[in-house]
Design a protein around this ligand. Structure first.
Ligand code: ADP
Length: 177
């Protein structure tokens, strides 16, 4: 059984992440999407919410599981008998950090390989951060995230539409109090 871990913050999961997950699922028997608990970035969604959104998004894909993790990724990978870690590479800008991380993980555990996958070209500009920004500004994010994530982002970021209060003038016009 070939197992791969796909770790990340997934704050929230996007169609770019899903593209990488589907590619990995074609190569491995089991893909464990591991939502990071010890996130130094302050996430918008709680760990529970992030996990729930990933679970909903990957439900149609066989061989894909969801879990959360804290601590060293290589230790987590070893506990799951995983042969490899998948990371997504969007652009050259991702490369330097990912290269450093992969080599450090190799130092920590020689047996766990890091594999890089590139998403479909239309997702190369996509990041959780930019999707949150567009949503916050009222833009259309339906092409970038699964429907459950779009709804969750709107609930979190867009102020609820308040029912309009009837003004005194309106009350006067209708004659009602
Ligand atoms: P992290 O905080 O670990 O970077 P992310 O959730 O932002 O977590 O990303 C997890 C992994 O998915 C990283 O390897 C990242 O480069 C990759 N990734 C993020 N967005 C995309 C995308 N649009 N296409 C391909 N890979 C992506």
């Amino acid at each position: 059984m070939r197992t791969v871990i796909y770790p990340g913050s997934f704050d929230p999961i996007t169609n770019g992440h899903l593209d990488v997950i589907q590619r990995a699922a074609r190569l491995f028997d089991r893909v464990v999407v591991a939502v990071a608990e010890n996130d130094s970035k302050t996430p918008l969604f709680s760990l529970r919410e992030r996990r729930g959104l990933v679970e909903q998004a990957v439900a149609p894909f066989p061989g894909v599981e969801v879990d959360t993790f804290a601590g060293l990724l290589v230790d987590y990978a070893q506990r799951h008998a995983a042969q490899a870690i998948i990371r997504g590479l969007r652009a050259i800008s991702d490369f330097e950090f990912e290269f450093q991380l992969a080599l450090m993980n190799r130092k920590l555990n020689e047996r766990v390989e890091t594999i890089f996958m590139m998403p479909k070209d239309t997702y190369t500009f996509l990041s959780s951060r930019i999707v949150k920004e567009i949503c916050r500004l009222g833009g259309d994010i339906s092409a970038f995230v699964p429907p459950g994530v779009e709804a969750a982002l709107k609930r979190k970021l867009l102020p609820a539409v308040q029912p309009k209060k009837r003004t005194a003038a309106a009350r006067g016009r209708s004659g009602k109090r």
